[in-house]
Structure formats: structure tokens, C-alpha cells
Design a protein around this ligand. Structure first.
Ligand code: SAH
Length: 372
């Protein structure tokens, strides 16, 4: 009986880790960079085809390494060009990624967890519960896969990259999985890997305050924060993590992040819910929170999903809300809804999740306590 060594998925390794891995095979660090060129710039998954690597090194890689991406279960295309893929995690677990082409960029919205434990009132993913964190390789694998699928026969992805921007706004709370997300961010920014500018990688969080401080020590990607309410009473209902980390604490962490890491601005996401958070007085209260701060607000028209009683604010209400913010000196934009005909819009992502939080704790609200 032959015992084969376990294989290492190279997509889960940051550059220093890959250098250590090739060192264990007896190779010099520059071999890691050569390997990254093939894997990331050329989207080449087969070691045999990496023709400028020594044959013996290729044979070692074939035996001990893989470039393995999540398997595609299905694909949907929207009339507006948005594409959504359902990907397999394992067994009956699935998660989604969404590709959003625009004239000047192409954004990939990726997932960080299978399901989510945070139970935000307006989000379809919350209804599914939480199953597990995605691995670094599964997070990186989404971008790799999209580039490969979309670039088709493009030989040099460095020149004609399919994905120009990555947003961690798919399923899951990225900061609840910072251990696996942080190395993925390194790989997105690494010149030898995806080589994306830090302005083109955005992490969106519901507001896990301690992890925002940890992120500030670790990365300098753009930060988006799901605020959704101008006061604690309402935010406690919409984004229950607020009961643990209220607005004042959250904003403090945001200002710390930009002071430490990029000196630019934080984007606050604000989902527009009819009759709930869309009154002009609420816009003025929001403006008071953000006045004279490096902040901008992105208003997201609510995307409905089966079983919700919430409704999207009508366009004139959204525009009035935006104008109140602008009048008070707060930069505000309205996010264009994309891919809603295939349930690919914000908050509509719902893979197939076997909820382990509800099973374990009896209610998802207690799941939030368990996370904090
Ligand atoms: N957990 C992270 C990232 C995932 S959600 C976070 O909370 O930020 C990405 C954005 O979509 C968040 O701002 C989220 O609040 C918003 N969103 C969730 N459900 C939505 C819905 N049904 N309609 C519009 N936006 C929604």
C-alpha cells in the first residue's frame, strides 16, 4: 500500500507561506514567485504545463500540491450582464459569488462564510443560518475562478484582467473569519498574485468592532460598514450586533482604521427600507453622526426576498434622503441595483446552508452573543 503525502492547495498560501513551502521541496524562494506567475497571472492550474520550471520541481509539485478551486454547481446570467455562480463548499453546503461588469471596471462580489450568524433583519443570507468559515483557498479561489472563466483564452491576465475590483460583500461576515480572510487580502494585493490596488479591494462589515482594530494592524484595504440606522434603538433591531457594539463604539473604530491605515474615507452602507429608516429626520441624524468626518454614505435600495415583510423605499424618498445628506455636507450616492432578476443583488444571496447555529443554540440571536 502506498501512502501519499497530503497535498497543499497553493491558492491558500500567501507569498511567505509559498516560499516556505517551496523551501520544504528544496527550492529557492524565487521559485515561489515563478510559480505565482503561472498560477495567478496566467491562471494555469496544471504544473505540467509550467514549462520554465525544472522537470523535477514540477514532478514534486504534481505529487504534493494542487491549485484547487470551488466546484461550480450552477450559473445564472442577468439581463444587465451580472453573473452569479453557486459554488460547492462540501456535501450539501453551497455559497455564491457575483460578477458585476461596468464600463470602467468589473467587480467580483465574493463570500467569506457559508451562511452568516449575524441575523440582520433585512438580509436573505441571515435566514439561512451559519454553517462554516470559508478557507483562505476558497476565498482566493473565487477570484481565481472568475478570472479563469471570464478571461477565456486571454494568455496574459496581467494585461487583460477579468476582475478589476473585489468586494467582500457576498455571503457571510468577513471579520468573523478574519483568520482566513486576512491572508486572502494579502494575496489580492500581492504584485506577484492578483496585484489589485488596496482601493480596489473592499471589505464590508456589519460592525465587529474588535476585529476592525485587528484589521487595522493587518491590512489596508478599503473599509465599508453596514450602518443602516442613525440611532442605537433602530440599529439594535436591524443589525443585532449593535447590541454588543453600539454606534459610538463602531464609529470610533472606523476613524481609528482610516487614521492608521489609509487616511482616506470609510463608506457607510445604508439600506433604504420604506417607513423604517428613510425619513428626512433620520437623514439629518445620520449627517450629524458623520459631519466633518472622512465618510461617505452609499444608499442601497432594499432588495426583497421571499418571506420578508420589508419594502424598498420609493425612488423619490431615496433621492430626498440623499439630498438631505448632501445638504448637510455628507457625501452620498445611491447604489444601482444589479442582478436582481437572478437574485444576485445585495442581500439576496442564499446558497444551500445547513444551519449549525440554530441547531446548536436554539435561536440565531443567541448566535450573536456567541460570536462576540
Ligand atoms: N456581512 C457583511 C457583508 C455582506 S452584505 C456586512 O454586513 O457588511 C453586503 C451589504 O449588503 C451590506 O451592507 C448589507 O447590509 C447589505 N444588504 C444585506 N441585505 C440586503 C438587502 N436585502 N437589500 C439591500 N442590501 C442588503
Amino acid at each position: 500500500m502506498s501512502v501519499s503525502a497530503p497535498t497543499t492547495n497553493l491558492l491558500g498560501l500567501s507569498r511567505p507561506e509559498l516560499e516556505r513551502f517551496v523551501a520544504t521541496l528544496g527550492s529557492k524562494p524565487f521559485r515561489a514567485r515563478q510559480l505565482m506567475h503561472w498560477v495567478y497571472k496566467r491562471a494555469e492550474p496544471s504544473f505540467e504545463r509550467m514549462t520554465d520550471l525544472a522537470k523535477s520541481f514540477r514532478a514534486q509539485l504534481c505529487a504534493q500540491a494542487t491549485v484547487q478551486v470551488p466546484e461550480i454547481i450552477s450559473e445564472h446570467r442577468s439581463a444587465d450582464g451580472t453573473r452569479k455562480w453557486l459554488l460547492r463548499a462540501d456535501g450539501s453546503q453551497a455559497f455564491e459569488m457575483v460578477y458585476i461588469p461596468e464600463p470602467d471596471r468589473a467587480t467580483l462580489c465574493i463570500s467569506s462564510q457559508v451562511g452568516c450568524a449575524l441575523d440582520c433583519a433585512f438580509c436573505a443570507t441571515a435566514r439561512q443560518g451559519f454553517n462554516r468559515n470559508l478557507t483562505t483557498a476558497e476565498i482566493v479561489g473565487q477570484v481565481w475562478l472568475a478570472n479563469r472563466l471570464l478571461a477565456g483564452t486571454v494568455a496574459d491576465l496581467a494585461r487583460e484582467r477579468a476582475v478589476t475590483n473585489v468586494v467582500l460583500m457576498g455571503m457571510g461576515e468577513p471579520l468573523a473569519n478574519l483568520r482566513n480572510v486576512a491572508p486572502a487580502l494579502d494575496i489580492f494585493l500581492d504584485d506577484y498574485a492578483f496585484d489589485l490596488s488596496r482601493r480596489r479591494v473592499t471589505l464590508s462589515t456589519s460592525g465587529l468592532v474588535p476585529q476592525i482594530y485587528r484589521l487595522a494592524e493587518r491590512s489596508n484595504v478599503a473599509l465599508a460598514v453596514s450602518l443602516h440606522a442613525p440611532d442605537d434603538a433602530l440599529r439594535n433591531e436591524l443589525v443585532p450586533i449593535n447590541r454588543i457594539h453600539p454606534i459610538a463604539e463602531l464609529l470610533q473604530a472606523c476613524w481609528h482604521y482610516i487614521d492608521e491605515r489609509n487616511g482616506r474615507s470609510v463608506t457607510f452602507e445604508y439600506v433604504m427600507l420604506e417607513g423604517v429608516n428613510d425619513a428626512p429626520a433620520q437623514a439629518r441624524a445620520l449627517a450629524r453622526l458623520l459631519a466633518n468626518r472622512p465618510a461617505k454614505v452609499n444608499l442601497i435600495p432594499f432588495n426583497p426576498f421571499p418571506g420578508t415583510h420589508l419594502r424598498r423605499s420609493p425612488p423619490p424618498v431615496i433621492h430626498r434622503f440623499r439630498d438631505e445628506l448632501l445638504r448637510a455636507g455628507v457625501l452620498a450616492t445611491v447604489r444601482r441595483t444589479r442582478g436582481d432578476d437572478i437574485d444576485a443583488a445585495c442581500g439576496q444571496l442564499a446558497g444551500r446552508v445547513i444551519d449549525r447555529v440554530t441547531a446548536r443554540l436554539g435561536s440565531r440571536t443567541s448566535g450573536i452573543g456567541a460570536l462576540a
